[in-house]
Ligand binder design. Structure first.
Ligand code: PHE
Ligand code: ZN
Length: 846
């Protein structure tokens, strides 16, 4: 039976919790959990407690045992009638749970012999009976008994003896922020003095031997703490901050109060084992989880429909943080690319939903690009509309007004209304309406006046046929024909379906530098000639718009190639300019030299009303890359050498920018020399960025046997590095060989598919190889579906998330669609299919 939850059904919980006390006796197969929860009535209603998979040994109210006959038949809520309850009472329970059997990694489980928890969103109910909803907040006291040497929970330590530790978290929190860790762990530590002079102990806990790999995470934490004080005036509020790395984790990381738990791939890094991208993600996610301490923990969500309240805002904050630590322009361009690749894709398909959905079956299916990344874009638009100073004042008001509360999107919008005096009713549609608006711009030029007429349109999405116009902040500038900026960035506020704006007194017809800084999450359609695009690429003062001009030239060429034409001459000429100028900003040049991926070409064709042909797209892209490489070989080769690492490896913006340019050149040259340069770089590589980059080229060139063996030999003992090895093969192999290769890899004994990282590496790697996954014979779909069926009974969350590989299925030809539907129908027909996966497959098939 599937139950749909509706936002409209939310009702306040009738009790407040004064204190929650938990005692754990840890044992792999039979952990005892004793709870004492002090309730106080604040409204009418029964006491409803959530529980799942618990073996209940006893229940009591004020120490009077309750009849276990009250327990729900199979899962679900334990309801104690209001009539049986005094105004204030202590509910006590003793339950037994089995961490070792917990392969879903939700609740209390074991990872490599270490006990750890994951409670967001609804994992706490797998630990004991509790009001498992985010608007019920309580201070926690937790006692842990175990023979594991390190015993951690939220808050501050109050007592520790052999075999026992007690933790107290004074800050009221919902159950989803509870955490416990017990294991043989080593810390690397530091101290941090906050703005007001409090001293905080910082620890990053890892397995013995991994300490030398945890330094970057710890340094990132210090930078994040300092930045949040400077940028938002937010200070840390406990005596200790613990981070623990675990190998088996469904997501990236989790912001549990004072005890963040991380997927080990987002903690452990050395130059030899981690790429520049890994380092950047570590810094970003360490920041993200830390920033949740205020945006998520001190102020949390009233219900899970409000998830974007904490996630959108915290993503926005981590993006600002990375921008401040590295290159803001490069970071913005990367974020735009991710948004388009993941969120626009979601918004255009059967899984489209608004940043604040109004119903769901399984909340774990809503940790999406829309809730996270689009949620962050919406905040960026608010900031642009009110300005930087007012944004800061508004956030101050938000923290002041709502500290300690469980809030809604309405509360968030209200603080902006109160500080700015604006009416944000129409703006709120960004939160409640799904779909990516398509912005069309038409130009009229006469007598020194440029008139821009914009139209906005949003296609229907599931459950939302009508799309009224939204507020769209359009940042633009004007570039004169000689390349000078004649109008600096100006923000137009579009509120209607169609609207014109006039710019007068211009000498010559300028080129519009549109959607600067990517000021709104919309797609753009405009008439623009290649000369104008080239002018923007050469002269625009806005990095985003400049990159976009080059990107559009590339996309036009690739779309032309996919249609079988010889397109690309203009793009080739533009590349010459990029190469000439590359050394002034290598990271930017690398972004311009990296051809848009096959998926994006398919999306562009689909947006133009065509059925994308994955094979033609692949062949066309390879051909264009070869032509570009042939036309610019000397310059590419020269740059590739010039960007060689001069000194010791540093994972900062400058070093990673140089390496990204080097690898972008290499990827093009690889089409000419069949892997010769890549092989040399692979052998000489002094860091994983180059080694992995070279390996990917070798796989694409089909010259990988020796390199793969060498890599496995070198890193066979390192799970995280071997995940890369499992990922790059199906991802970079020629499409006609990738599925067979993925099948071979899946048969290996070290394909530990119950580990989410390993599963995502191999199965996700194949799903991301566009032409292989969408193979005309359905073999890619079949392979992925087979493995999703295998994983579902073990780990529903990770399975459900990976069904999104199929979300673009409706845009392909009838033959492919039929294969994809058949694969999804096989999943749907599986006996005992999880609620998670069922919801996803049903929505995709609808
Ligand atoms: N709240 C986590 C984050 O974004 C994500 C997460 C959700 C982790 C659910 C685990 C489970 O930082
Ligand atoms: Zn988050």
């Amino acid at each position: 039976m599937t139950v749909t939850q509706y936002l409209a059904d939310w009702r306040p919980y009738p009790f407040r919790i004064a204190r929650t006390r938990l005692e754990f006796d840890l044992a792999p197969r039979a952990t005892r959990v004793r709870s004492r929860i002090e309730f106080q009535r604040i409204g009418p209603g029964d006491l409803a407690l959530d529980g799942a998979g618990l073996k209940t040994l006893s229940l009591a109210i004020d120490d009077q045992p309750l009849d276990l006959g009250l327990l729900p038949a199979e899962g679900g809520q334990l309801v104690i009638p209001a009539a049986d309850l005094p105004e204030r009472f202590t509910f006590a329970a003793e339950v037994e749970i089995d961490p070792e059997a917990n392969t879903a990694l939700e609740g209390l489980y074991l990872s490599g012999g270490m006990f750890c928890t994951q409670c967001e969103a609804e994992g706490f109910r797998h630990i004991t009976w509790y009001p498992d909803r985010p608007d019920v907040m309580a201070p926690f006291e937790v006692a842990i008994r175990s023979d594991q040497p390190v015993l951690l929970s939220n808050g501050n330590p109050v007592a520790a003896g052999p075999g026992e530790a007690v933790w107290h978290d004074p800050w009221p929190k919902p159950a989803y922020l509870f955490a416990l860790v017990a294991g043989d762990l080593r810390a690397i530590s530091d101290r941090f003095t906050t703005l007001s002079g409090r001293s905080v102990a910082l620890n990053v806990w890892v397995r013995p031997g991994d300490e030398p790999r945890a330094g970057y995470a710890l340094e990132s934490l210090v930078r994040a703490m300092r930045w949040d004080e400077q940028a938002y005036g937010r200070e840390y509020d406990l005596d200790v901050f613990n981070i623990v790395a675990v190998d088996d984790f469904n997501m990236g990381a989790m912001e549990n109060k004072g005890l963040n738990i991380f997927n080990s791939k987002l903690v452990l890094a050395t130059a030899e084992t981690a790429t520049d991208g890994d380092y950047e993600r570590i810094e970003g996610v360490i920041g993200h989880e830390y920033f949740h301490n205020w945006t998520g923990n001190r102020i949390t969500c009233r219900d899970w429909f409000q998830l974007s309240l904490k996630e959108g805002l915290t993503v926005f904050r981590d993006q600002q943080f990375t921008g401040a630590m590295r290159s803001a322009a490069v970071k913005r361009i990367q974020d735009v690319q991710t948004l388009r690749a993941r969120q626009f894709r979601e918004d255009a398909g059967p899984l489209a939903h608004p940043p604040r959905p109004d119903s769901y079956q399984e909340i774990n299916n809503f940790y999406t690009a829309t809730v996270y990344e689009k949620g962050a874009e919406v905040i960026g638009m608010l900031k642009r509309l009110v300005g930087d100073d007012l944004y800061r004042k508004t956030l101050d008001l938000y923290f002041d007004r709502h500290d300690g509360q469980a809030c809604t999107i309405e509360d968030w919008i209200k603080v902006f209304e109160d500080t700015s005096g604006r009416d944000l009713t129409q703006f709120k549609r960004w939160y409640t309406d799904a779909g990516t608006p398509r912005l069309t711009m038409a130009e009229d030029w006469r007598d020194g006046t440029l008139t821009l007429t914009f139209r906005q349109e949003t296609a229907p999405t599931p459950g939302q046929p009508e799309k009224p116009p939204r507020v769209i902040p359009i940042a633009l500038g004007l570039i004169g024909p000689n390349g000078d900026e004649v109008l600096p960035t100006t923000v137009l506020e579009m509120t209607e379906a169609e609207q014109s704006f006039r710019f007068q007194g211009l000498g010559a017809r300028p080129v519009v530098s549109l959607l600067r800084g990517f000021s709104a999450p919309v797609t753009v359609a405009r008439e623009i000639g290649v000369d104008q695009q080239a002018l923007l690429l050469a002269h625009d003062t806005d990095a985003c718009a400049r990159w976009q001009a080059g990107h559009d030239l590339a996309l036009d060429a690739l779309v032309g190639r996919a249609r079988g034409t010889e397109a690309g001459a203009e793009f080739g000429r533009a590349i010459a300019g990029v190469l000439d100028d590359a050394e002034t900003d290598p990271a930017f040049a690398a972004l311009c030299l990296s051809l848009p991926g096959e998926e994006e070409i398919a999306t562009t064709l689909a947006a133009q009303g065509e059925i994308p042909d994955p094979d033609a797209i692949h062949a066309g892209r390879e051909a264009l890359a070869r032509d570009i490489a042939a036309a610019h070989e000397p310059a590419l080769a020269r740059l590739c050498d010039a960007m060689a690492d001069p000194g010791p490896y540093r994972p900062d913006a400058e070093g990673s920018g140089r390496r990204s340019l080097r690898l972008a050149c290499l990827a093009l040259l690889n089409r000419l020399d069949a892997g010769a340069r890549a092989e040399a770089l692979f052998d000489a590589a002094g860091n994983m960025t180059e080694r992995q980059g070279a390996l990917e080229c070798l796989i694409a060139a089909g010259r990988d046997t020796r390199a793969l063996a060498d890599f496995a030999q070198r890193f066979g003992e390192n799970r995280l590095v071997m995940d890369k090895w499992f990922m790059v093969q199906p991802l970079r192999a020629a499409p006609d060989r990738a599925v067979a290769r993925a099948r071979d890899l899946a048969a290996r004994p070290d394909f530990d598919w119950k580990n989410p990282n390993r599963f995502r590496a191999l199965i996700g790697g194949l799903a991301a190889n566009h032409a292989a996954f969408h193979a005309a014979d359905g073999s890619g779909y079949d392979f992925v579906a087979e493995w999703l069926m295998r994983l579902d009974p073990v780990n529903p969350q990770t399975t459900a998330r990976m069904t999104t590989a199929f979300e673009t299925m409706p845009r392909y030809d009838a033959g492919r669609r039929a294969h994809a539907r058949a694969a999804l129908q096989r999943i749907a027909a599986l006996q005992g299919l999880s609620r998670n996966t069922r919801e996803m497959v049903t929505r995709i098939l609808a």
